[in-house]
Design a protein around this ligand. Structure first.
Ligand code: HEM
Length: 234
């Protein structure tokens, strides 16, 4: 969360669009996995998964543009184009903001390479598309590490639902039924995923959800001073 915010309209726009982007990105990734495991039912035909996956990825990019532009225009953190484009170069929470920058650039790359998939060839496209498994966790950590609404129940519920859906598809479905000849790597991946889940919960409880997080996250001292903040306390 921010220490002291000007509460400018850009700040509200950035928070809103950031949350919508994160929800859309999660839905896109889950639909991508559903496509891979060829999920379908009477009520959910496969063409729905394919179409929604593509459309939601484009919508994610649109909301990301709003999120990033308003974050740069918000006078509080004094972010510039460089902060929004070069990962980990920001003076404001470099690690957590940097993760958002990498996630946004990966989202753009994943969408563009999918649009030109025929020209790239299936193999290359598919290899590049594995980057989605790095993109989504980075976006999640970015939102938790630098968001103002992290202490809110609805924010945690949204993140919790996204994590649950991701792990259900990845661990329960993909790793249980996919790659039948790679039993040990699948087991190792499932164990690592479980460990990552525990580590995420422990980190959130001892990091972003604790009162001193603004300083620990790398907020510059000048922005940590007193003043009325519209930021709700977690
Ligand atoms: C896939 C890419 C990204 C996603 C999904 C994403 C999502 C989010 C989310 C969910 C939040 C928390 C919002 C809240 O507290 O209500 C957030 C906060 C923030 N993001 Fe991003 N973000 C991304 C990329 C970026 C980039 C590239 C920038 C660079 C300027 C950026 C700047 C910020 C800032 C400054 C905040 C803190 C806003 C606040 O005070 O709450 N984000 N982001």
């Amino acid at each position: 969360m921010l220490a002291v915010s000007t509460g400018s309209p850009y700040w509200f726009a950035s928070r809103g669009a950031g949350t919508v982007s994160a929800v859309l990105l999660s839905a896109t990734v889950v639909l991508g996995m559903a496509q891979t495991v060829r999920f379908r039912s009477t009520f959910w035909p496969r063409y729905l998964t394919i179409g929604l996956h593509r459309d939601l990825s484009l919508l994610t990019l649109a909301f990301l543009v709003i999120h990033i532009t308003s974050a740069v225009l918000d006078p509080f953190a004094k972010l510039g184009l460089r902060d929004a484009l070069v990962p980990f170069a920001s003076w404001y929470r470099p690690l957590w903001l940097g993760m958002g920058v990498v996630a946004a650039e990966l989202t753009l790359a994943l969408t563009v390479t999918s649009l030109v998939r025929r020209r790239l060839g299936f193999r290359l496209w598919r290899t590049l598309h594995w980057l989605a498994y790095a993109c989504w966790p980075l976006a999640l950590l970015h939102g938790l590490g630098t968001g103002s609404d992290v202490g809110r129940r609805w924010f945690l519920a949204l993140d919790g639902a996204a994590v649950l859906a991701f792990f259900l598809f990845l661990v329960v479905w993909r790793l249980s039924f996919g790659w039948p000849r790679l039993a040990w790597p699948r087991l190792a991946a499932a164990a690592l995923s479980g460990l990552a889940l525990v580590a995420l919960a422990l980190w959130a409880l001892n990091g972003p959800l604790t009162p001193g997080w603004a300083r620990a996250a790398g907020t510059p001292e000048v922005l940590l001073g007193g003043g009325a903040s519209p930021t709700p306390a977690p």
